[in-house]
Design a binder for this molecule. Structure first.
Ligand SMILES: [Zn+2]
Length: 164
């Protein structure tokens, strides 16, 4: 016969009182047993079947838990890796930003140097022109004709912002 709980095949039912797998008591109820006795064994059978299905589900639940725990570990590791990646990319981003800032400073400084060079050249030209005018004026002064240079000197000084 087959055990009604765990389906184990039992050959020698005369000698075997309990199922070797689930320990169900292998009783044979005679056909003329009372209805209440049959109902009692039906309830007992149902209770045993329920318990047995819960017990047999435990290993698969355990393996499911193990699998979920492993998945959880994997996900935690992935999160950790992503966090590290994110931190690395934030560091890279801030370094790139700093490099960009430095590039701007370099360009501004180069522009200032270039402007200063232009100013220095202008300043040299200004000094040269001023000396020329001064010489010409002094020569003209000696000849008593300095007034013809006054307008030129005035325009020059105005151009350089030295006269209003
Ligand atoms: Zn059994």
């Amino acid at each position: 016969m087959e055990c009604p709980i765990c389906k184990t095949l039992i050959y020698d039912t005369c000698k075997t009182q309990f199922c070797p797998t689930c320990h169900w008591e292998l009783v044979v109820i005679s056909a003329d047993a009372s209805q209440s006795l049959k109902a009692y064994f039906d309830r007992k059978l149902k209770a045993f079947q329920d318990s047995y299905s819960v017990i047999t589900a435990i290993p698969s639940l355990e393996s499911k838990i193990k699998r979920l725990e492993k998945e959880n570990d994997d996900l935690e590791r992935q999160i950790k890796d992503r966090k590290k990646d994110l931190k690395d990319s934030q560091i890279a981003l801030s370094i790139e930003q700093k490099l960009h800032d430095v590039e701007i400073i370099i360009r501004e400084t180069e522009q200032r140097i270039s402007d200063a060079g232009t100013l220095a050249a202008q300043w040299d030209a200004y000094q040269e022109k001023l000396l020329e005018l001064k010489d010409a004026y002094e020569r003209a002064q000696r000849n008593g004709v300095q007034s013809r240079y006054l307008n030129e000197i005035r325009i020059f000084l105005t151009e350089y912002g030295l006269l209003p």
